[in-house]
Design a protein around this ligand. Sequence first.
Ligand code: AP5
Length: 210
Amino acid sequence: MYYCLMGPPGVGKGTQAVFLSEKYGLEHISTGNLLREAVRQKTKLGLQAQNYMNQGLLVPDNLMIALVEEVFQKGFILDGFPRTVPQAEALDSLVKRKGLALDQVILLTLDEEELVKRLTGRRVAPKSGRVYHLYFSPPKKEGVCDETGEPLIQREDDKLEIVRPRLQRYFVEQSPLTAYYKEKGLIREISAEGSPEEVRQRLEECLKKN
Ligand code: AP5
């Protein structure tokens, strides 16, 4: 099974990808998580990507395509890739070279004000990678990760002044990509409204129909 999970920042791609990977035994490849780890480890890629990420800008296609080629493996759910038509074309040729095909591209959608709430309330544990929300999924003890006890932080790109322009750019950048997959008949739009459980149920229904 080969799925791409797309959608605006904060829509819940990471939250749902974790569930899908556990349920269907798929490798969860999150380009955002891979980049954040590269930044944390101060690798060459991390140093090149950090400024773009902090400002909520896309990292250049050549870096992203090389990264995905490196981590590509059998049976995956790709979270946050592709984000541009050149990335989608590179993914097409990569899966073709391996004699595979994408099963489906799932586009999660949500109202902009809800996205702002999800993004600005998100808190993350940098080492464990666990994601919390101040109101929707708070940690047991305020400000620390349930798993590791490390302090939770707010991502630079989740600050309100970055979130608004980041969302605006997303809507501009996403439109040609959606058209690209619509033409191939691969895209399914799913509403990300409601609780994580409700979204999960919609996703499962969609995958069953596939
Ligand atoms: P990335 O980490 O992929 O960021 P993103 O796409 O902006 O998505 P987010 O991680 O912000 O949100 P999400 O949809 O995963 O939401 P989540 O599940 O956490 O990328 C970061 C950066 O890396 C990019 O800006 C770019 O610079 C670079 N990059 C990455 N991939 C790239 C690419 N292919 N090309 C170029 N650059 C790239 O949920 C959000 C919050 O809401 C959480 O707190 C969660 O607990 C909560 N929540 C989730 N679902 C629900 C729900 N149903 N109800 C209530 N709360 C919910």
